[in-house]
Design a protein around this ligand. Structure first.
Ligand SMILES: Cc1cc2nc3c(=O)[nH]c(=O)nc-3n(C[C@H](O)[C@H](O)[C@H](O)COP(=O)(O)OP(=O)(O)OC[C@H]3O[C@@H](n4cnc5c(N)ncnc54)[C@H](O)[C@@H]3O)c2cc1C
Length: 389
């Protein structure tokens, strides 16, 4: 079977790119190894930080995303459950609220500093003694799986196909990639790798190196709860994940990333909780840098840590019924996504490593599709994987 484009990985990013390519008239096949993948999209909070642009490039993309999200359900014919919510970024009791508020000043929209009593008015389930203050901002939100299904629905409506099959390798002739080989079929076409945290391994198996990395994230997810009602998204104002990613991508660790068995930096826990419209709550998040994507962790020890930490900030969540889950989350070497042709081969593209894909994937997928119709795109030029060559 032959397509213009074969997209490998049907998380949010692959689904958005596949839809936008089909919308501009290409024939598109979207492949995922599982009908119900335990991927990063499935475990995400689904938050959209329209406020968080901190450069000309990201401010421009924030504006575009703000225009796209509210009309996506109608465009795709499927409800993404888009809404805007209050978000509280909590500041630990022993930290300096003014200094932390100052670290948010470079964003497109700055959050407002609230003392604990004001924060509790906004989120009555918060423990005021646990915090020195909180930052308040309006935050976009979708149900992650609904948004992904919406893109896949739009893709089918535009004539594209979604198939369940694991891509084992690429079809290669000399320097040219001509398709993919799955366990059942060979498909020909230009290939886009959107395999999230597994993108690095898939490409490495073909002898292609990228500055794409992954963390193992762990969360707890409750069933729909009628007894607990969160009014806000609660997250830590000082995310430990960013410094952890920066350390893990230092040049001295680069060679470890393709050898299983290393943990170059210690794990972190960024407290967070979001309640979806059906009442489920996701509680996070532990992140580990383990260089084996299949590494096993001690789930019950992780669950205890997650319960202890959330119990300090939102005591009512400490003992709620919840299931532990984990996934790989891809990230890049400079916090910007990798989108575009991979250097050294033709016919092979990468779309992965997004920091904030719920914000960035809708506008960037649209731009990528238009660029393949011949529109020059100065933003995509800055996100090319070739920037690390
Ligand atoms: C707890 C948590 C909270 C988060 N909150 C937010 C948030 O609020 N906002 C935000 O923007 N981001 C958030 N993120 C990050 C976000 O969820 C991820 O960055 C995003 O979902 C990645 O999407 P993706 O499509 O790149 O990868 P994935 O969703 O991981 O999808 C990759 C897909 O590729 C498939 N695949 C892999 N290899 C193959 C193969 N060989 N053949 C076929 N298929 C393959 C996998 O099965 C998978 O379905 C959060 C992440 C976590 C863990």
């Amino acid at each position: 079977m032959s397509y213009d484009w074969i997209v490998v990985g049907a998380g949010l990013v692959g689904s958005a790119v596949a839809y936008e390519l089909a919308k501009v008239g290409f024939s598109v096949l979207l492949l995922d190894q599982s009908p119900d993948p335990s991927n990063a999209t499935r475990y995400s909070y689904g938050g959209i930080a329209f406020w968080a642009g901190d450069s000309d490039l990201t401010r421009q993309l924030c504006q575009e995303s703000e225009a796209i999200h509210p009309q996506l359900s109608e465009e795709l014919g499927y409800d993404t459950q888009f809404r805007e919510m209050d978000m509280l970024l909590v500041i630990d009791r022993d930290r300096d609220p003014t200094a932390i508020a100052a670290s948010y000043q470079h964003y497109r929209i700055q959050p407002q500093l609230l003392d604990p009593s004001m924060a509790v008015k906004m989120e009555p389930l918060l423990e005021p003694k646990a915090i020195a203050a909180a930052l308040h901002i309006r935050h976009g939100h979708v149900d992650p799986e609904s948004l992904t299904r919406a893109y896949q629905h739009g893709l089918r409506q535009a004539g594209g196909r979604v198939e369940i099959a694991s891509v084992e390798r690429f079809v290669q002739t000399g320097e040219r990639i001509e398709g993919v080989v799955t366990s059942q079929e060979i498909y020909s076409g230009q290939v886009i790798v959107s395999a999230g945290g597994l993108s690095r391994r898939l490409l490495y198996q073909m002898g292609i190196s990228t500055r794409l990395y992954y963390t193992q994230a762990e969360i707890l997810e409750t069933p729909p709860l009628e007894t607990v009602s969160l009014q806000t998204i609660v997250m830590s104002a000082e995310l430990q994940r960013m410094p952890m990613e920066a350390k893990a991508t230092r040049p001295e660790y680069e060679s470890l990333w393709d050898e299983p068995g290393h943990e170059p930096v210690p794990p972190i826990l960024d407290v967070g909780a979001i309640q979806f419209q059906d009442g489920r709550i996701r509680i996070g998040q532990l992140s580990r840098v383990l260089t084996d994507p299949d590494a096993l962790v001690n789930a019950s020890a992780s669950e205890e840590q997650l319960r202890d930490r959330i119990g300090q900030v939102l005591p009512c969540l400490k003992s709620v019924p919840a299931a532990w889950g984990s996934c790989l989350v891809g990230f890049s070497g400079d916090r910007l996504p990798l989108i575009g042709a991979l250097p050294g081969v033709s016919g092979l593209y990468l779309c992965s490593g997004f920091n904030g894909p719920f914000l960035l994937a809708p506008p960037l997928a649209r731009r990528f599709a238009k660029s393949q119709k011949g529109e020059a795109d100065p933003i995509l030029a800055q996100l090319s994987p070739a920037r690390f060559s």
